[in-house]
Design a protein around this ligand. Structure first.
Ligand SMILES: *[C@@H]1O[C@H](CO)[C@@H](O)[C@H](O)[C@H]1NC(C)=O
Ligand SMILES: *[C@@H]1O[C@H](CO)[C@@H](O)[C@H](O)[C@H]1NC(C)=O
Ligand SMILES: *[C@@H]1O[C@H](CO)[C@@H](O)[C@H](O)[C@H]1NC(C)=O
Ligand SMILES: CC(=O)N[C@H]1CO[C@H](CO)[C@@H](O)[C@@H]1O
Length: 443
């Protein structure tokens, strides 16, 4: 007993823990009762786990603190690695981590979605590995899975994954770390998906937050011209937190990040919880805020794709300072957790719309090991259901999986090709029967 107590004391004095993040209504709060606004950076140096290299994290966290960041987003982690050094480096810098729990081999496929035990175990292992760090802010069960109307059949799988990870978290007695999803910004799809992931009367089955990868605001623009007014209209009555999980259009240069003033200012800060800028490292896609040195030979040991991927980070000018200057002046105070009484109710589940939204209202979600459900229209609990009539063969939907759509395919550092996905086809024009392709195996 004594040993345990002393050990606990030693651990506690090692680092001053950050107040933890939680969701209440449509807002994020720290455990000391203040509303939390994300000023984040996408952080993925290679396809490998960037939170396993303590010395590198220290260098990066120190500079991110100078930049004014309070969050990172990490797309791929290795749950078996040791993350202590990195997580405490970021914690010391006042920086929280938003972590994707899926990987290249376990993400939900847009066209042949399933939710199975392999995926469940993989996602759960990431939550196991990270739940104990005070500066873990949230988990994503997917990134840009849906990019077309046809792929909306994958939405119930995203929701099922979130339902099960929330239940897993709670069953293990972990704190209520928010579980959400990071969506591609597809104009025709976004409002339906955003509402679908929050809809229904059972909050155990909806997401804790919704996040959007949006590159609508480019160069000299403003709240109206950029299209952000529409994002705001669709968010104003939303019942769960919403924020930008990626933003930062890079054409034309230089990047001004003027959208930060809208997101963290009077236009949007009542409804949105901040933004994550894509991305930290400079690489071929030219979104970097820092560089680790000049272009490197393909053979260099710490280079991938011609870019050095470790070392001392050097700010890219004027982008780094432009962002920093904005963040310095943008400190919305929001409301205190105790003074905030959420009033918005869950949106209604979108109705089936041929070619655009192929899920009929509040359909029963797939479960692990569920037998094929022949109907997407059998829900009794939704108001907005219509015709998602269905007949399909589950086995054929699993056979010949053709790989995922290009826009959901991760790029070199593991992120979806976000900027191009925004330009992806809105729908494929082919009528698709609403159906579930639920994994047929048992647990
Ligand atoms: C689960 O789904 C993933 C992705 O579709 C697949 O790679 C894996 O083989 C499936 N596992 C099982 C047990 O069916
Ligand atoms: C809410 O959803 C959870 C998870 O699916 C389920 O266990 C629970 O029974 C549901 N509650 C109600 C009231 O339907
Ligand atoms: C989203 O906003 C647009 C533009 O204001 C509006 O036309 C649309 O009806 C909204 N959709 C939802 C689902 O709120
Ligand atoms: C907000 C901000 O700092 N904007 C600056 C970004 O960089 C350009 C080019 O140096 C400046 O002209 C802007 O004032």
């Amino acid at each position: 007993m004594l040993k345990t107590a002393l050990f606990g004391l030693a651990a506690a004095t090692q680092a001053i823990a950050l107040a933890t993040i939680q969701a209440k209504g449509s807002k994020l709060f720290t455990s000391d009762g203040n509303q939390f606004y994300i000023k984040g950076i996408a952080y993925q140096l290679t396809e490998d786990d960037p939170l396993a290299q303590g010395d590198q994290c220290k260098l990066d966290a120190t500079l991110m603190k100078t930049l004014g960041a309070n969050s990172i987003r990490v797309y791929h982690v290795d749950p078996t690695a040791d993350h202590d050094a990195c997580m405490s480096a970021f914690s010391d810098a006042g920086i929280y981590a938003w972590i994707d729990v899926d990987t290249f081999s376990t993400y939900i496929l847009p066209d042949n979605p399933e939710w199975n035990e392999t995926m469940y175990d993989a996602y759960a292992s990431v939550i196991d590995a990270f739940h104990n760090y005070d500066n873990v802010a949230g988990f994503y069960v997917g990134n840009e899975v849906l990019t077309t109307g046809a792929s909306s059949i994958a939405a119930p799988y995203v929701k099922a994954a979130a339902r099960d990870m929330k239940a897993y978290r709670d069953s293990k007695g972990y704190r209520s770390i928010p579980v959400g999803y990071s969506a591609a910004d597809i104009a025709d799809l976004r409002p339906n998906l955003q509402n679908y992931l929050a809809c229904g009367s059972n909050s155990s089955e909806s997401l804790d937050f919704f996040a959007l990868n949006a590159y609508e605001w480019c160069g000299q623009s403003d709240f109206e011209t950029s299209g952000y007014t529409f994002l705001q209209q669709n968010a104003s009555d939303y019942n769960i937190p919403i924020y930008f999980s990626e933003t930062g259009c890079n054409t034309p240069k230089p990047r001004t990040f003027d959208d930060q003033a809208a997101i963290l200012g009077s236009d949007m800060a009542d409804s949105w919880s901040g933004a994550i800028i894509y991305e930290w490292i400079q690489e071929a896609n030219d979104y970097g805020l820092i560089s680790y040195g000049p272009s490197a030979a393909a053979t260099a040991t710490n280079a991938v794709g011609g870019y050095t991927r470790s070392g001392t980070p050097t700010p890219i000018s004027p982008d780094f300072d432009n962002l920093s200057n904005h963040w310095k002046t943008l400190t919305p105070s929001g409301v205190s957790m105790s003074a905030y009484n959420p009033s918005a109710s869950a949106p209604s589940c979108p109705a089936f719309t041929s070619g655009n939204w192929l899920v009929s209202g509040n359909v029963p979600l797939p479960t692990l090991g569920d037998a094929f459900k022949a109907s997407g229209s059998s829900s009794g609990s939704s108001s907005g259901t219509s015709s998602g009539t269905v007949s399909a063969s589950p086995s054929s939907s699993r056979a010949g999986t053709g790989g995922s759509s290009a826009s959901a395919a991760p790029s070199s550092t593991g992120e979806a090709a976000a900027a191009t996905s925004s330009a992806a086809a809105m729908r494929n024009g082919v009528p698709v029967i609403a159906q579930w392709a639920v994994w047929l195996g048992g647990r």
